[in-house]
Design a protein around this ligand. Structure first.
Ligand code: AMP
Ligand code: ZN
Length: 458
């Protein structure tokens, strides 16, 4: 039985999907306003590791949604600066589409396939649903309209509901009668948060009428995830993921909004990845201590080594990024490949180690113990066929190639891949996607890399 650490219960719990035929998983996606750093990417590699385990390890049918935040303070500000003469909405969309492309290229390099996502919802495509939820919250008496914006009324909400279940908030600090238009709030400063922001001059806006008020404006950040999760998967979700910094206020507010408006729980399981650190500090844009995937590639680390580093450091621990730690991951991966290629015939059955491997992964994805089991298989006197079979499965589970594949790729597949490169150059992403699907349908895997692409037989 799979056990996962559930932030809302603060302990490991047995995982059972609400509907046994389908797991509904939602991950807070990126804000597409800049190049993501590898700290951000840790959050998505973690979600992908969980998704792959559910799919390949537990054989679940998983619907995984990751949203794209393409309207918020940062995207608006940057798009206005970059395209000052353009109409506001066109500028926003042009600006965010570029960074969306950057993000998906990074994911592809890290072997997180766009095809894994059940849907790629952009916030701007779900504005109607966000208005609906805002209206529902308002009509149930949990929101106030003030100066053209709509605020969640936390004081009236906490009278009959819990707030702060994820991080144990001290509600004595709840500031009555104060509110903020910012999407971020300090823990010490709990107050009414914004659901819908009234338009400011020079900003993109959508029409919205509520209770006789003309509320031209745009959604706040928290309402995006509640509305998209509900519209696409239906609440409550089985699993909701994100980085630990999202627990408050973002996830607390998601819980409150869905409870107030839909009268539904948001998720049964909340899983949070810990931070990626640099010299003991959280990697972040604001501290300036960040690296992008391209930066690390320039230092000579392959995307596979970087993925290996993240996958085999437990998601729930803070991890320090350094040249030495990446070097170590890269060497272990090389060592595994080498040991696999020179593996001699052995006599022992792998079943015990396999059980231990499953036990480790079912213990809240304990990938370090799982890795130790894999090394034992390579070094011990185990039957070669069984070890090979095991590592083939492990390739799917971890999204890392362990075998060097020297299969010759047929010319028609290479032609398709070349046409796709051309389509991407022309920004014809629809054609590029359909060419990729054709390649996959013919039994090959395609991965974008820094220098172009890589094709392997499935
Ligand atoms: P953003 O694009 O800023 O909304 O962040 C995307 C994701 O990255 C969120 O889930 C954050 O919690 C996560 N994140 C940001 N910084 C780090 C870090 N240093 N380590 C791990 N995850 C992070
Ligand atoms: Zn979110």
């Amino acid at each position: 039985m799979l056990k996962l650490f559930n932030t809302i219960r603060k302990e490991k719990q047995e995982f059972r999907p609400i509907n046994k035929d389908e797991v509904k998983m939602y991950s807070c996606g990126p804000t597409v306003y800049n190049y993501p750093h590898v700290g951000n990417l840790r959050a998505f590699i973690f979600a992908d590791t969980l998704y792959r385990w559910l799919k390949y390890g537990e054989k679940c049918n998983v619907k995984w949604v990751m949203n794209l935040t393409d309207v918020d303070d940062k995207t608006i500000k940057n798009s206005r600066e970059k395209y000052p003469k353009m109409d506001e909405k066109t500028a926003l969309s042009k600006y965010t589409l570029y960074y969306e492309g950057v993000f998906f290229d990074d994911l592809a390099e890290l072997n997180i396939q766009k095809e894994s996502f059940f849907n790629n919802p952009r916030a701007t495509e779900y504005i109607e649903e966000m208005k609906d939820l805002t209206r529902m919250i308002y009509e149930k008496g949990y929101a106030k309209i003030i100066e053209g914006s709509v605020f969640f009324d936390l004081v009236s909400y906490v009278k009959s509901n819990d707030y702060g279940k994820l991080i144990n908030l001290d509600l004595d600090n709840l500031k009555t009668g104060t509110r903020t238009l910012s999407d971020e709030i300090e823990k010490e400063n709990v107050q009414d948060f914004v659901l819908w922001k009234g338009v400011k001059k020079g900003e993109p806006y959508w029409d919205f009428e509520l209770d006789g008020h003309d509320l031209k404006g745009r959604p706040g950040w928290h309402i995006e995830c509640s509305s998209m999760g509900h519209a696409i998967l239906g609440l409550p979700l089985d699993i909701h993921t994100g980085g630990v910094d999202l627990t408050f206020p973002h996830h607390e507010n998601e819980i409150a909004q869905a409870q107030a408006g839909y009268e539904l729980d948001t998720a049964n399981f909340w899983l949070h990845n810990e931070h990626l650190m640099v010299d003991g500090k959280k990697m972040s844009k604001s501290l300036g201590n960040f690296y992008t995937l391209a930066d690390l590639r320039e230092k000579g680390f392959s995307a596979e080594a970087i993925r290996f580093f993240f996958v085999f450091n437990h998601y729930g621990s803070k991890v320090n990024l350094s040249d030495e730690s990446l070097e170590a991951a890269s060497n272990t991966l090389k060592n595994i490949r080498n040991l696999l290629s020179i593996k001699k015939e052995g006599s022992k059955d792998i079943v015990d180690i396999r059980d231990r491997f499953y036990g480790a992964m079912r213990d809240d994805l304990n990938t370090s113990v799982a890795l130790a089991c894999m090394m034992e298989l390579l070094k011990g006197d185990y039957k070669k066929d069984e070890v090979s079979q095991f590592f083939k499965e492990a390739e799917d589970i971890f999204g890392i190639y362990f075998f060097e594949k020297n299969v010759k790729i047929p010319q028609d597949i290479i032609d398709l891949a070349e046409r796709r490169v051309e389509a991407k150059k022309q920004k014809d992403y629809q054609l590029a996607d359909s060419l990729r699907n054709e390649i996959i349908a013919k039994g090959y895997e395609l991965r974008d890399t820094q220098g172009g692409y890589e094709i392997k037989k499935q």
